[in-house]
Design a protein around this ligand. Structure first.
Ligand SMILES: O=P(O)(O)OC[C@H]1O[C@](O)(COP(=O)(O)O)[C@@H](O)[C@@H]1O
Ligand SMILES: [Mg+2]
Ligand SMILES: [Mg+2]
Length: 321
């Protein structure tokens, strides 16, 4: 089986970018070891601190964040980084070529119940701009996106804009090996993922769309749909990449000050690139996620992504509304 480094060389990935992608994978290896040890490594439970999102940080949020920051600070090609767990962007090498945004631990509410968690990375080209302003680029500018999913196996999905490929970690050698190249999301699906407990707070368009899915073959869609919700975006998106589906965290009125849940820079943008590169699509309901112009590093957006025809069906409800 081909290793990640062989894959990057063979595919002619920019030699400047290769060491950075290797460093991201290495972060995944080290966090995977901690996740596997769980309570034995003392990484379960919460801290007493809150992050810039106003969420109580889990120990593993902080440990993973510090580990990644340290690794990226040692990587000469990194000019600056942004993290879910950092209030502001963090400078690294003034002559670095890349800006890395990351969600060190995605699915934090799953840590203490030994369920699926992951890490998400987005890589943008650096520019002359400084600080947060440098990161304010549409997702279409990403030169790479990847996630690591810490599940029964630890897997890494990667795109550099030439399709999406999947690697699995060999825990004996610490190497990621290619297990699936050119992942393809089926255009149609009968599987959807949404946190249904928010239903009464959704917009009418999403209410009708989901109601018609639930009506199944007795309703206008004329077929039955099944539901899944892993409560970790990495896990739900991985399922979509593997067998299709639609994943959505729509806008809602639960907390008017926070109409969206997921973050553009280190959740929505990298996942949108991975999904589009596998033949799927990703929208806010009204706009293609990758063309959004970011305004702030922790900005949140509505997310509807997955199987192309099913996303189109969902958007149909939004355009009629
Ligand atoms: O708790 P809810 O409403 O089900 O939300 C789950 C969503 O929140 C998240 O956990 C947010 O990410 P973090 O865990 O990185 O904060 C997503 O991974 C997931 O899709
Ligand atoms: Mg997250
Ligand atoms: Mg997180």
């Amino acid at each position: 089986m081909q290793s990640l480094s062989q894959f990057l060389t063979e595919r002619g990935v920019d030699p400047q970018l290769q060491p950075l992608l290797q460093a991201l994978a290495q972060c995944g290896v080290e966090i995977s070891q901690l996740v596997r040890r769980g309570a034995l490594a003392g990484v379960l439970g919460a801290t007493e601190t809150e992050n810039v999102q106003g969420e109580t940080q889990k120990k593993l949020d902080v440990i993973a964040n510090d580990l990644i920051k340290q690794r990226l600070a040692a990587e000469p090609s990194v000019k600056a980084m942004a993290s879910e767990e950092e209030d502001h962007t963090v400078d690294a090498h003034a002559d670095g070529h890349y800006l890395v945004s990351f969600d060190p631990l995605d699915g934090s509410s799953n840590i203490d119940i030994n369920s699926l968690v992951g890490t998400i990375f987005s890589v943008l080209p650096a520019s002359d701009r400084k600080g947060e302003a440098a990161f304010m680029q549409p997702g279409i500018n990403q030169v790479a996106a990847c996630y690591v999913l810490y599940g029964p196996a630890t897997v890494l999905a990667l795109t550099t804009g030439e399709g999406t490929s999947l690697f699995s970690l060999d825990p004996d050698t610490g190497e990621f090996l290619l297990v699936e190249d050119a992942m393809t999301i089926p255009a149609e699906t009968n599987e959807f993922a949404i946190n249904a407990s928010n239903q009464r707070f959704w917009q009418p368009a999403m209410q009708s769309y989901i109601a018609d899915l639930l009506a199944g073959d007795t309703g206008p869609r004329g077929k039955n749909f099944n539901m899944r919700w892993i409560a970790a975006m990495v896990g739900d998106v991985h399922r979509v990449l593997c067998r299709g589906g639609i994943f959505t965290y729509p806008t809602d009125t639960k907390n008017p000050a926070k109409p969206y849940k997921l973050r553009l820079m280190y959740e929505a943008n990298p996942m949108a690139m991975l999904v589009e590169q596998a033949g799927g699509s990703a929208s806010t309901g009204y706009e293609r996620i990758l063309t959004l112009q970011p305004e702030a590093i922790h900005q949140r957006v509505a997310v509807i992504l997955g199987s192309r025809d099913e996303v189109a069906a969902c958007l149909g409800y939004h355009s009629q509304a």
